[in-house]
Design a protein around this ligand. Structure first.
Ligand SMILES: [Fe+2]
Length: 493
């Protein structure tokens, strides 16, 4: 039924675009909106968040429509409008929408409007589709274009996606110039879906992340360098974490996650975060990721999380289902989502006996030429090389009732003279579970008073520092001979 409704939504979207293309022209000038995005914000059946920028100080308005006809019952609440880094951001939340409807929207000051975008509210049934990309992290145009091309291919592949999750590191340095490049390359696509942004370490500079997206911050432990939030689509509950919180992740946020996951009885529990709990990339030797592995996986074990998707380490890696950091078919599957961009990391073999035990790997794709780029689980070998794996990565997840299917794809870099990218399906993973197994065991208030967070932050910092100086340092010293060998023999650290 949802497939049918999605086809209807798609047809409506096309009709909507056709109908509005006659009256719409992209606004120019000081009041013209740019960096426009529509984000998941609270109830996915009735609400969305919107954020955009203008060069001048202007009014903040959102017009919601169906087939070009304004919907007056939509309630627009302005939640922020301020000068930031030389421009003005505008934030609004639209509520009062109807579930399962494709809406058009435009943003502006009431006189100067943006082009039209569209989104579809969740109809609540148990078919859920989404796209996951990570780590474009580009600072120049051609690299940003490459990342955008990967998402473009993903949108062609997963038509009618419920949302796109970007697992962080949208740009390299979070500057006006780089976000303008991002807008130049991703801006048109951003008008066609609901975005779930995850804060990466490259996005936290000067509070850029929080000033670019209008998210549900009602339960976020901090709104300074990222946001943690959660939402439902169909029979799935999603939590988004902020790994810029206290270097890695605060215990306050882990407590929030535990309560959040215990407050849902949805069949599927899925977590998005930037820094990867399991990885073989260059950043996996540092204490922040070891800390996340130890403490986040404990919460996932305890609350029956099914899938965790992350970025940060610029390769694709899927673990087997794990519990207590060992293989367990009822456990959590961890996916490092590959990079959609072209900054790609080699494997650090010295991590294969320490941070990421090799026998826990179900699939690994290193997207880099001149290096072993595929983990062959059957032969326990690093040395499978497939040049089609040298490209940007996107992932699709489809949930139909009690079956989840994840696919990962590489969009091969264009070689000289080639016009179309070869797209290779590099991983397929299916998981089935019984419905109705999750129970609500937390019904309290899951907000965190600012004062309590600040007080906990001191305790947290001491905890992280103690962990680093004891457990992590011990592990790092045990890896040191292999690290030195890696530096000398392979020139990788
Ligand atoms: Fe990162």
């Amino acid at each position: 039924m949802k497939k049918f409704s999605k086809i209807i939504s798609l047809i409506l979207s096309v009709m909507l675009l056709l109908s509005i293309s006659v009256v719409s022209s992209y606004a120019a000038g000081e009041n013209a909106p740019f960096r426009i995005n529509c984000t998941i914000n609270g109830d996915t059946g009735t609400q969305r968040g919107f954020c955009w920028y203008t060069k001048s100080e202007t009014d903040t308005k959102v017009e919601i429509s169906i087939l070009g006809v304004p919907v007056n019952s939509a309630k627009v609440e302005v939640v922020g409008s301020e000068k930031f880094e030389g421009n003005y951001y505008h934030k609004a939340v639209v509520s009062g929408l109807t579930a399962g409807i494709t809406y058009g929207y435009r943003v502006g000051d009431g006189n100067v409007w943006s082009d039209y975008g569209y989104f579809t509210t969740d109809n609540g049934d148990d078919i859920v589709n989404f796209i996951a990309v990570a780590d474009v992290q580009a600072s120049v145009l051609d690299r940003m274009e490459k990342g955008a091309n990967v998402l473009d291919k993903a949108l062609d592949h997963q038509i009618g996606t419920d949302f796109v999750v970007n697992l962080g590191d949208f740009t390299n340095d979070s500057t006006n110039e780089e976000w303008d490049l991002y807008d130049q390359c991703f801006g048109d696509m951003n008008l066609t879906y609901s975005l779930v942004p995850v804060a990466g370490n490259h996005d936290s500079n000067a509070n850029w992340f929080n000033n670019l997206f209008t998210l549900d911050t009602s339960e976020s432990v901090t709104t300074k360098n990222g946001v943690n939030y959660s939402f439902d689509v169909g029979n799935c509950h999603f939590a988004v974490l902020n790994t810029n919180d206290n270097i890695a992740i605060s215990k306050t946020q882990l407590t929030w996650l535990k309560n959040d996951m215990n407050s849902t009885d949805k069949d599927w529990k899925i977590v998005f975060l930037h820094k990867a709990p399991y990885s073989l990339g260059k950043d996996a030797k540092w204490p922040d990721m070891w800390y996340i592995q130890k403490y986040l996986t404990a919460v996932c074990d305890e609350t029956n999380v099914d899938l965790v998707m992350s970025g940060h380490d610029h390769m694709y890696l899927r673990t087997k289902a794990l519990k207590n950091q060992a293989i367990d078919e009822d456990g959590t599957t961890y996916v490092l989502a590959g990079t959609a961009g072209d900054k790609r990391y080699e494997i650090r073999k010295f991590l294969g006996d320490t941070f990421m035990k090799k026998d826990l790997i179900a699939n690994l794709v290193v997207q880099k030429d001149g290096y072993a780029n595929c983990w062959d689980d059957e032969n326990n070998s690093w040395d499978e090389v497939n040049l089609n794996n040298v490209g940007g990565c996107f992932n699709t997840v489809s949930i139909v009732g009690t079956t989840l299917t994840l696919n990962s794809y590489i969009v091969k870099d264009l070689a000289e003279g080639e016009e179309d990218n070869i797209i290779t399906n590099t991983d397929t993973y299916t998981r089935t579970k019984a419905a109705g197994e999750n129970e609500i065991t937390f019904t309290g208030d899951n907000t965190v008073p600012k004062q309590a967070y600040l007080e906990n932050k001191v305790i947290d910092f001491i905890h992280f520092a103690t962990y680093t100086l004891t457990e992590w340092l011990g592990n790092f010293m045990s890896m040191l001979p292999a690290i030195l060998q890696s530096v000398i023999v392979e020139d990788t650290f």
